[in-house]
Every structure is written in structure tokens, then in C-alpha cells.
Design a protein around this ligand. Sequence first.
Ligand SMILES: Nc1ncnc2c1ncn2[C@@H]1O[C@H](COP(=O)(O)OP(=O)(O)OP(=O)(O)O)[C@@H](O)[C@H]1O
Ligand SMILES: [Mg+2]
Length: 139
Amino acid sequence: MKRILVAHDGSKASEKALKKALAIAETFDSSVTIISVIPELYLTELMEMDRTRIVDTLTEETKRMMEKIRKAPKKVKSLKTLIRQGNPAEEILEAAAKMKADVIVTGSHGRHGAQRFLLGSVSSKVVDHAECDVLVVKK
Ligand SMILES: Nc1ncnc2c1ncn2[C@@H]1O[C@H](COP(=O)(O)OP(=O)(O)OP(=O)(O)O)[C@@H](O)[C@H]1O
Ligand SMILES: [Mg+2]
């Protein structure tokens, strides 16, 4: 368990996932990378200007969130943050492959999901396609 990748979308569930990942990292002396993906906007009726503005706002929000995480006191040997743009599950899987993650940690749910589903679409796609283990932290 050398390298842990945590998927963080700003939700309570992913905050819980991060806490668990940090606890595991402390125990196993692992390095932690946290990824947050700014989703592509598919809404065709959006004007390009609005699209840009929304992406900019989301990017700012995500940067602030990552900074807060980096500043919080913790006892892990290495902590990195990544911000990507695109399809969340695909970006998470690509980052995991690139860093040769031993485990990906996600929340069971995120910011949008219908709670009646067992898993959100991002965590479910990650579980289906990851080449490494996946830890889905339940709320
Ligand atoms: N944009 C993202 N960037 C990084 N991690 C994400 C992102 N979206 C989701 N995740 C990860 O996946 C977990 C589950 O979120 P997911 O998006 O699958 O569920 P949901 O928002 O409840 O439902 P859905 O998005 O399918 O409507 C989150 O707790 C987080 O760990
Ligand atoms: Mg979601």
C-alpha cells in the first residue's frame, strides 16, 4: 500500500473518504495523491461565454478546496493534489494508472447523486474499470 489515490469532489462523502485514506496512509506510511476533476459541461444550449465562466468558477472553487486540504495538519509523508478537467471517472482511472496507485479511495456517493442508488456513477465506473483495488467509503 505505497501509493493511495483519493478522488475528491468536494462532497461530504469524499471528505470521509479522504479521512479514511489519511488514516490508512499513516498506518502504512503511504503517499497520498488527491484528485479532483472539473467535469466537462455537455449542455449544448450554453453559450461559450457562460461555459467558460462556469468552468472558471468551478476551477477557482476546486483550487481553494485543494489548498485547504493541503494546509490542514496531517501526518502523512507525502501529499499531492491534482486538478484535472474532463470525464471524472476517466481522469481518475488515468491518474491511478500513471502513478501506479495501489488503491483508489472514493466515496460511495458524491455531490449530485440519488441516494437510493447503491453507488454513484463515478465510483461505480471506477470500481468496474480500475486495475488496482478500490476502497469505496460509505456514508
Ligand atoms: N469530479 C470528481 N472528481 C473527483 N472525484 C469524484 C468526482 N465525482 C465523483 N468523485 C468521487 O466519486 C465518489 C462518488 O461520487 P459520484 O459522482 O459517483 O456519485 P453522485 O454524485 O452521488 O452521483 P452521480 O454523479 O452519479 O449523479 C465521490 O465521493 C468522489 O470520491
Ligand atoms: Mg457525482
